[in-house]
Write a protein that binds this ligand. Sequence first.
Ligand code: SGN
Ligand code: CA
Length: 530
Amino acid sequence: MRNLYLIILLLYISAAAFAQEKKQRPNIIYIMSDDHALQAISAYGHEISQLAPTPNIDRIATEGVQFNQSFVTNSLCGPSRATMLTGKYSHKNGFRHNADTFDGSQNTWIKELGNAGYTTAVIGKWHLKSKPEGFDHWNILNDQGEYYNPDFITEGDTTLVEGYTTDLITDYSIEWLEEQKQKDEPFALLIHHKAPHRNWMPPLRYANEFDNVEFPVPDTYFDDYEGRVAAAAQEMNVYRDMQEGHDLKMSVAEGSDEWRKDIWPHLFARLTPEQKEAWHTAYREKNDKMNSANFDEKEMALWKFQRYLQDYCGTVKAVDDNVGRVLDYLDENGLAENTIIVYTSDQGFYLGEHGWFDKRFMYEESFKTPLVMRYPKEIKSGQTTEAFVQNIDYGPTFLDFAGVEVPEEMQGESLKPIVKEGNIPADWRSSVYYHYYEYPGFHKVKRQYGVRTKDYKLIHFYFDNDNYEFYDLNNDPQEMKNEIDNPAYASQIEELKTELARLMKEADEPDFEEWKDTDYRKEARMKKRK
Ligand code: SGN
Ligand code: CA
């Protein structure tokens, strides 16, 4: 009899300890927007962001850690998401370009957390073609998603919901967080915004927010791409390739609300008559002014830059508001202390540098992505770090904080040792590997892979060309001067070639000959047919 009491007591104690341990494990809120350049986050200090500040995202940085050297492995939406979920490079998770379909049967950190007792959800942009797997709850946008009155997709159900997408994603996220209150398990929630992705439609409340702001034009806006073959071949130029209607919301003539070129009119058509009227009211006067101005070519190019930035920053401001709503929710519900909150983007973006919008290149603006992280319990506040990190590291970091073993196949490293005290371990990586595959494709950015160290960058463009580029990042931070043929850099170039080969081997990238001519679009079609 006494033994039985003892056993019951022991069982009770261990169950209580288990419950306690469960409660102590951190919650995770991972907020990722789409195409958010770090030039447009005020914590990063760029001039543009000082005119359109992001106080809420900045709060995560000042109360936690800001990564100044945060890179993606492949600067494109789908591939970045697949990498983030699996902790693996594109050639390992199989999602190289946006026409691929994510193999949801592979392991993710979400599945690992689920197995360890976490409740998990993803709300917002998904863009991986196959349905989310391993989440307890999902509510996603259709493909790229829409800015106004978007379709939300859940298991077996698609609903058009009236409202502004960035606000709606947060409404649903907070609703889901409310439901977690009754549960003992820790949670992991992915909040994935569509904004500030093309075509940069701000909410009506910000449609005039930046009308009187003069954004600083990048020095490289009228870049002539000398010495850079791939840069010259792209189609992502603000003043040449943006659609004047769809992207720049320019009207055909003074006195008219009708948009100029818009090959996707179904998007604006989603607005209700009231929203359309409010939209036109907000844009009419500024469009009329542009139409009556008689700009020459250069003036028009500069006007387009301002319009682009005004709209872009309007969508960013709405993202920032909504980050603030989540932070407030955590405070009001006593969750701030025990929740890891991250803000990042699926990649960086060009805000007029080299004359561009979009991403894809291994040049700094799109290779880098913002990353800030707060977890009062274990991350010292007010830190900035120069450690080289990549989106393969996110999964291992969350698992490490949750006390879950990081699976062997994940290629990233936990950032916990860095963020706890702000020290970069002596054996931390000092170079990063990059590989972009979507060519032929949208925006005509050539296939490329390369390596970046603190001081230098080497890129190999391949497929229908064979061009190396080398940059001295200290002397030429804007990457305007390709030094590949400069004998003064011969030894550094050799060193980087060796380092690149080492990184490719470490990443288990097959031999160049095996993939250099692959027709990825055909491959994707074949896979779909299977
Ligand atoms: C859309 C955009 C492109 C963008 C791709 C990929 N055009 O096709 O400008 O490069 O998405 O973006 S749009 O006018 O239809 O928006 S990604 O973020 O999904 O990779
Ligand atoms: Ca993107």
